[in-house]
Structure formats: structure tokens, C-alpha cells
Design a protein around this ligand. Structure first.
Ligand code: GLN
Length: 515
């Protein structure tokens, strides 16, 4: 019998519609895969009964020919999305057993379109992190393992469907991070526990974990997906988006997740294009920019080489490759680490032990707040709240926050100028390294972890769409991704160009289950 967890989302959708498989058997296969994969710690909550009830409803609709665009498709939901009647933690202890009485707009749209919920996925606490190690419920373990350093695990022929086959000839069993903050989403998709997952991206949390796990992730334009019912981190940067195993699967999911929502004042009232149709559009005549400021000293040679390879693939597919300049790039990371904590400190003021989650009693109201927040928040969240409160305080507001906002405007303008000069999309590496070991960067200097976001934060600062696509493996057999950055509301070009890279690179063969 075929293993139903090896289908892509598009293949499963087509098989369901052709009635060669049922939603119930597809869901059952994934429920079992989730239960066998607890060593990965990807799911914080499994909802098998809900999943099978959803699947039964889908089978009825499929039988009546009333299938929605995602009818019967099993998905995992990042635990930052509020799900009505289903515990939502945001990866934090402070929310306790919080069970929202309402559903986020993004997830409501997925259920409207027929998707099946397998459960809630682990993430960094309040989405603050790049490795999923700040979750109050423990780190997620990547399904990938790296080859022993003495083995050259690079595939013999990138560009064929063999990519990744030799990677596990001689692995060491060091546990690796899946990236973050959407680490549970990326790990679950790479481990074939679900056909796709929701994720969120404030500074790179969709694209970086996708790059670390050989999966595809898109952060759409700010305003494309409603933020309503998604736990807030930094409201002017946060966007929801999908992680899935192919560019096409991401396009299908984003179609359901997108759309105007009057409940989110930053949601943009624009028609949702047929993203899936854009996947096969090709790249002929597109002008792809290569920003010279992204050639950072210290970037591993393998990543620089892959970036050149990606440009060559796009050129061979018919695009024109042009050097561009984004001169304020080097200020993006420091400015992000002022703006994001500032907004976080304000958003997280609501966790006071009165309205949501845990409450630690004190002598009076102020001491109750203090005790609750001391107990409920983890170290990284406390660090962000302190940085944010400091940069917003009366004496420092102009020196830090206002200047960071000015830099943000300059970063946005850099992109506007490139696009005004006729550039359709910009190609960069997705991350400055492949996945690292759990514990390797967590303890020492927090800035070391922040540097992971060097290629991704500019996109959030400018509100633009960005996609990460797997493009090859490094010498230890670990996935590396390339990023494409688009014009505002032009996710379609990212799907077209992302599909061209995917086709040239060959589909990454995902790791065999060792868990
Ligand atoms: N790693 C970045 C941070 O810690 C981005 C996180 C995210 O995109 N949610 O802030």
C-alpha cells in the first residue's frame, strides 16, 4: 500500500477528488505518524478525535461533490493561532490552559475550505527565537541529522531527484534545531506528519525554519493575511503564512489563508489572486536583482556558491540577472532588534494574571502582576520586554526607537528604488548557515542567535513578501535555502521564480524516519 504521508498536498487533494483515497484514511495515516513522532516534540497538542471528525465531514462533502479547496487535507497549526475550544499556549507558560472562545481568521478560513486539524505545533515562546529553544515546552528536534564531518555528504548530482539520497550514509546523532520560531511547523512538514502547516514571520520565522528543514515557506506582504486571533509579537511586522513541502503546496495554502478581514485594521482590501496558477508561469523576461550588500563577510563559501547557482538557474530559465544595491541593509538587524522588542513590550503588557492564563497571587495588584510575569515568562521574553521598555522610555525614545523607525523608512525606500528601476524580485540566501545543534547557540551571547535573521528581517521591516525555497544540501548533508523577495502584493512572481529554483534544484529527499 502507498504510504499516504508521502503525498504532497496537491497530490493528496487530487487523489481525494478522484476518490482514490478517502479523507479518513489520509487523516488516519497522519494521526499515526504524529503519534509515532513524539521524540521530535513538534506537536504541543494532538487533536486526533477532532481530526477524524473533520475528515468524516470532508468525506461526506467529497461524496456529494461539494469539496472545498482544501477538503480533507490534514494540517498542523502553529500554537500562536487561537483555535476555538482548543488550548492555545503561544509556547509560553503564562497562558496556562488558555482555551480561546474564538478562532483566528486564518485558521477559520482553512476550516471553511475543508482542511483537517491534526493539532497545535510547538514554537518559540511568543515567536521570539530562531531555533525553537525558547519554547516553555522544550525544543523541537529537527528530523534532519547531519553527516559525520569526515563524510562529504553532498549529493553527486544536484538537479536530479536524487538530492539528499546519500546524506545519511554516516550521520552523527547530534540533535539539531529545526529553526524558529515556527520550528514545530517546519519539523512536522519535513517529517511528513502533516501536508502543510500554518506559521508566522516577524523577522524570519517562516523562512528560516523552512530553509533549515528543506521545506518551502512564504511570508506574504504585510496586510495579506489577517492578524486577527493570532497572538501578537510585534504587530507592525507579524504576518502569517504557510510552510509546506513544495512551492505549489504553499501557493494552495496561501490562497486559503489570505483575504481582507474587517476585524484587522491593517488587513488590506485586495482580491486574492489565483496563486496556484502563478506556479507554472515561468520566469522568462523577469528581472531578478542580486543585492551586493548581502555578500556578508563570514558567509560560508557553500552558501555563496549556492546563491550564484540559484542566479544561474534563473538565468537559464529565462530571467535576466541584475546587480542591485540596498545600501541600508547593514542597519536592518540592529533596527529590528529595537522595533520588535518595543512592540513586544507593549503587546505583552496584557499578560498580567488578571484576564488570561496563570495567576500568582501577591500582596497587592502590583506584586501580583510582578509575580505572575516573573513566573510565566521565559528568559528570552523577559529580555525582549526589558529592551523594549528601555527603548520606549522617555529618556531613550528619541535615541533608539525614533532612529530605528527612520532606518526602517530608509530600508523600505531601498527596495522601492530597486523595484522602481524595473526589478521584479530579489534573490538572496535565506540564512547565513545550515541548521545548528540544540544548545550550540542558545546559552552564550543572544546576539549570536539574532544574527540568524540577517537576511530575513529587511523583508519584515519593509512589509514585503518573501519566500524560502530549498536549493541544495551542504557538505554535512543539511538543507540550504534561497530567498526571493518580491514587490508589495506580488506573491505570484515569488511562486513563479520559486518554482523555477525548485525545478532546477530537484526536490529534496526528506530524511527517513529515525524517530
Ligand atoms: N528570530 C527573530 C526574533 O527572534 C524572528 C522571530 C519571528 O519571525 N517570529 O525576533
Amino acid at each position: 500500500m502507498t504510504d499516504l504521508t508521502t503525498f504532497t498536498l496537491a497530490e493528496a487533494r487530487d487523489a481525494l477528488r478522484a476518490r482514490t483515497i478517502s479523507a479518513t484514511e489520509l487523516t488516519q495515516a497522519h494521526v499515526e505518524a504524529v503519534a509515532k513522532a513524539r521524540a521530535l516534540n513538534a506537536f504541543l497538542l494532538e487533536t486526533p478525535e477532532r481530526a477524524l471528525a473533520d475528515a468524516a465531514r470532508s468525506d461526506d462533502r467529497l461524496a456529494r461533490g461539494e469539496a472545498g479547496p482544501l477538503e480533507g487535507i490534514p494540517l498542523g497549526i502553529k500554537d500562536l493561532f487561537c483555535t476555538a475550544g482548543v488550548r492555545t499556549t503561544a509556547g509560553s507558560r503564562i497562558l496556562g490552559e488558555f482555551t480561546p472562545p474564538y478562532e483566528s481568521t486564518v485558521t477559520a478560513q482553512l476550516w471553511r475550505d475543508g482542511a483537517v486539524m491534526l493539532g497545535k505545533l510547538n514554537n518559540d515562546e511568543f515567536a521570539m527565537g530562531s531555533s525553537n529553544e525558547t519554547s516553555a515546552f522544550g525544543p523541537v528536534v529537527s528530523p534532519w541529522r547531519r553527516a559525520h564531518p569526515s563524510v562529504d555528504a553532498r549529493p553527486p548530482h544536484a538537479g536530479s531527484d536524487e538530492v539528499g539520497r546519500v546524506a545519511f550514509a554516516a550521520y552523527d546523532d547530534t540533535k539539531l534545531v529545526p529553526g524558529g520560531s515556527s520550528g514545530g511547523s517546519a519539523a512536522a512538514v519535513a517529517a511528513r506528519l502533516c501536508l502543510g502547516a500554518t506559521a508566522t514571520d516577524t523577522g524570519g520565522s517562516i523562512r528560516q525554519p523552512a530553509a533549515f528543514t528543506g521545506t518551502v515557506g512564504i511570508k506574504p506582504t504585510y496586510g495579506r493575511c489577517s492578524r486577527w486571533g493570532t497572538v501578537a509579537f510585534a504587530s507592525s511586522l507579524d504576518q502569517a503564512g504557510p510552510i509546506a513541502r513544495t512551492v505549489r503546496d504553499c501557493a494552495i495554502l496561501l490562497g486559503s489563508m489570505s483575504g481582507f478581514d474587517p476585524k484587522d485594521s491593517t488587513s488590506v482590501d485586495r482580491a486574492v489572486p489565483d496563486f496556484e496558477a502563478a506556479v507554472s508561469r515561468g520566469v522568462k523576461g523577469l528581472r531578478i536583482g542580486i543585492p551586493k550588500e548581502y555578500r556578508l563577510p563570514g558567509t560560508p563559501d557553500e552558501i555563496a556558491a549556492l546563491w550564484d547557482q540559484g542566479a544561474a538557474w534563473l538565468r537559464e530559465a529565462g530571467a535576466e540577472i541584475v546587480e542591485v544595491s540596498l545600501p541600508h541593509t547593514r542597519y536592518a538587524l540592529p533596527a529590528y532588534y529595537i522595533v520588535a522588542p518595543a512592540e513586544a513590550s507593549s503587546n505583552l503588557a496584557r499578560y498580567d494574571g488578571v484576564r488570561y492564563g496563570i495567576r500568582v497571587p501577591g500582596r497587592d495588584v502590583a506584586s501580583q502582576y510582578e509575580a505572575t510575569r516573573a513566573e510565566g515568562f521565559g528568559r528570552e521574553v523577559k529580555r525582549r520586554i526589558m529592551i523594549g521598555t528601555y527603548v520606549l522610555s522617555a529618556g531613550y525614545y528619541d535615541a533608539y526607537y525614533v532612529r530605528a523607525q527612520r532606518i526602517r523608512t530608509l530600508i523600505k525606500r531601498d527596495f522601492e528604488e530597486a523595484y522602481a528601476a524595473g526589478i521584479d524580485a530579489i534573490l538572496t540566501p535565506a540564512t547565513p548557515s545550515s541548521a545548528f545543534a540544540i544548545g550550540e547557540k542558545a546559552s552564550a551571547d543572544p546576539v549570536e542567535m539574532y544574527l540568524n535573521d540577517v537576511f530575513t528581517v529587511t523583508v519584515n521591516m519593509a512589509g514585503l513578501p518573501g519566500i524560502a525555497v530549498p536549493a541544495g544540501l551542504d557538505s554535512r548533508g543539511l538543507p540550504l535555502g534561497l530567498q526571493l523577495i518580491g514587490r508589495p502584493f506580488d506573491e505570484e512572481t515569488l511562486f513563479a521564480a520559486g518554482a523555477a529554483i525548485e525545478a532546477a534544484a530537484g526536490r529534496t529527499v526528506l530524511p527517513d524516519a529515525w524517530w
